[in-house]
Design a protein around this ligand. Structure first.
Ligand code: NAI
Length: 293
């Protein structure tokens, strides 16, 4: 089977490459080999390789920068998935695509299910929703996984930023009124493979670990687990002070409630997704292995 993986240098793309490799021949062009903003180049690549499965982990993910780069974000997050879905429809191929909690408005404190009204607060969220809508409307065989707060032992993410800061600083202020579930890129890849192999019904699913926390709670858990694993830090968990979103202004507005209901995916796969804390432990272990390698 020929699998096309887009975004292989990203957090999710990296893990997808590892996890899906036993399934077939993966072609994974780098940005230099294929600029995904070039529609003709993408069309030529698809006709040349004729993949029967596409894993689209490429995206414009710079949430704040997207506020001033709407067109670029829209081409990558909306136009590209549309083009991939159109190809999949006519070639009878399957498409696995990734989306975000930022498509929801984030009111209240209960988890959103997949049928909840969307209402993105940011340009990034709007463009991700454009992509979801295009893939859904195309009628191709597809799975859209909406996830939240992605992190991994590689790349730019909150866990790695906290570890860098926690080695020098003795106090930090972290937003405490946004809630969600931190999701390791590896979990996303593993569950995607399971969904594909079990051939769950096409559609949109939430994919995150169970449980919830705030960014402050996440930071405290990172520091306390890291220390428990025997590694030194300048900061103590108690020195991570709560601040409201209003005290940390950013160009893009973020949802206060990023909780995603997991029932649909858990039922389709007949599994219970793991708790976010156990996932953090695994990801930290991997991060430490990389540091000490
Ligand atoms: N990072 C997060 O916290 C969240 C991410 N998501 C979604 O999960 C998916 C994966 O996200 P991450 O792995 O974190 O993203 P990432 O930012 O780590 O990786 C994005 C990938 O897209 C590629 N890319 C971007 N522009 C390109 C271009 N013009 N040509 C070729 N390649 C290009 C990058 O090279 C990179 O490989 C995305 O759909 C994202 O919207 C959803 C919720 C939260």
């Amino acid at each position: 089977m020929k699998i096309l993986l887009l975004g292989q240098t990203g957090q999710v793309g990296f893990e997808l490459k590892r996890v899906f490799s036993p399934l077939g021949n993966i072609v994974a062009p780098t940005r230099d080999q294929l600029d995904l903003l070039n529609k003709q180049a993408v069309a030529d690549y698809l006709s040349e390789h004729k993949p029967s499965l596409i894993l689209n982990a490429a995206a414009y993910t710079a949430v704040d920068k997207a506020e001033s780069e709407h067109e670029l974000a829209s081409r990558l997050n909306g136009g590209l998935p549309q083009q991939l879905a159109d190809y999949a429809k006519q070639a009878n191929a399957s498409l696995i695509h990734y989306s975000s909690d930022y498509v929801y408005p984030g009111q209240g404190d209960q988890p959103f299910d997949e049928s909840a009204p969307t209402g993105p607060l940011s340009v990034y969220g709007k463009t991700k929703l454009e992509g979801d809508d295009a893939v859904t409307a195309s009628g191709c065989q597809h799975w859209i996984f909406r996830t939240s707060w992605v992190y991994s032992a590689r790349g730019h993410n909150f866990m790695r930023t906290m570890l860098r800061l926690g080695k020098d600083k003795t106090e930090l202020k972290v937003v405490a009124d946004q809630i969600g579930a931190p999701t390791p890129a590896r979990l996303i890849a593993q569950v995607s493979l399971l969904a594909y192999l079990r051939d769950i019904p096409a559609g949109t699913y939430h994919l995150a670990p169970r449980g919830k926390t705030s960014w402050q709670g996440f930071a405290k858990a990172i520091f306390s687990l890291y220390r428990t694993m025997g590694h030194p830090l300048a900061i103590e968990s108690e020195a991570v002070h709560a601040i409201p979103t209003a005290d940390y202004p950013t160009p893009a507005k973020r949802p206060l409630n990023s909780r995603l209901a997991l029932t649909k995916l858990e039922a389709a796969l007949d599994i219970a997704l793991p708790q976010w804390e156990s996932q953090l432990e695994q990801t930290l272990e991997e991060s430490i292995d990389r540091e000490t390698a």
